[in-house]
Design a protein around this ligand. Structure first.
Ligand SMILES: Nc1ncnc2c1ncn2[C@@H]1O[C@H](COP(=O)(O)OP(=O)(O)OP(=O)(O)O)[C@@H](O)[C@H]1O
Length: 248
């Protein structure tokens, strides 16, 4: 078995430039299956672009992405979701004029016209949406339009949308960004619970306290490429990481 086979999600020599900016520069990353993986790095170090390449949102200039050993580099975002990879966004993506429940039922993760025009949702799907809302602690808001939710509630709703596709791997872009401390603790506990049930997480996050307490494996990006990886304690003690963050 090769190293790649042991990792459910991996990127190899991934590169993406925007004009003269090498946003992702020959990045090779193997996420640890079944664990909470974090990606950290200074602003502009390429974390979001890397995730966009991994999830099919943008096509890398070179390199490959694989899921369970199978190449997905050129797969569409929809297909990648169907293969078990769910993803939230830094700028929360919800439908503001739809209710909380409708947001979970709308096929955001499968935007094909066929699905949009397809039959109404079956009872099982509605029930599943209710169960996720309960788990997220926002079931009492089921009939409220998403635009009337607080920012933190909108983040939970977006997470619910991701979970509706029952992903094996959940990628979260800044789940704690702009969220108050008690909600951060709630989201953190949820991630741990969902991970304990077998879901792998990849979390891009700037909140270092959260990263260091939550994650099992941390990958540090700097100038488009991973410069260090390991346990939170290992990366914290790595001089390359201090240099990237502090320029020391
Ligand atoms: N669509 C784009 N067009 C041009 N440049 C881009 C584009 N997207 C990203 N970049 C540039 O690529 C580099 C990496 O950006 P990216 O957003 O991936 O970093 P990041 O680590 O996610 O940053 P942050 O932590 O601030 O979210 C930056 O220099 C950014 O300005």
């Amino acid at each position: 078995m090769t190293t790649e086979d042991t990792s459910s999600l991996a990127a190899e020599s991934l590169s993406k430039s925007f004009g003269g900016v090498r946003a992702v520069d020959d990045a090779t990353v193997r996420f640890v299956p079944g664990k909470i993986n974090a990606i950290i790095g200074p602003n502009g170090s390429g974390k979001t672009t890397f995730l966009n390449c991994v999830t099919g949102m943008i096509r890398p200039d070179s390199g490959r992405v694989s899921l369970r050993g199978k190449e997905i580099t050129r797969a569409s975002p929809d297909r990648i979701v169907r293969l078990g990879l769910g993803r939230s966004f830094q700028a929360c993506r919800i439908f503001p004029r739809m209710t909380v429940t409708e947001n979970l039922l709308v096929p955001v993760r499968n935007r094909s016209v066929r699905t949009l025009l397809g039959k109404a949702h079956d009872d099982a799907t509605v029930r599943r949406a209710q169960l996720w809302l309960q788990r997220l602690g926002i079931d009492h808001l089921h009939g409220v339009e998403a635009r009337d939710l607080s920012f933190g509630q909108q983040k939970l709703l977006e997470l619910g949308g991701v979970l509706m596709s029952e992903p094996e791997i959940v990628i979260l872009d800044e789940p704690a960004g702009g969220v108050n401390p008690s909600l951060i603790r709630w989201i953190s506990a949820l991630i741990q619970e969902l991970n304990a049930e077998g879901r792998t997480f990849v979390v891009v996050e700037h909140n270092m306290e959260l990263v260091m307490t939550l994650s099992d494996h941390v990958v540090v990006f700097d100038r488009g490429r991973p410069i260090a990886s390991g346990t939170p304690a290992e990366v914290q003690a790595d001089p390359r990481v201090l240099e990237a963050y502090l320029g020391v």
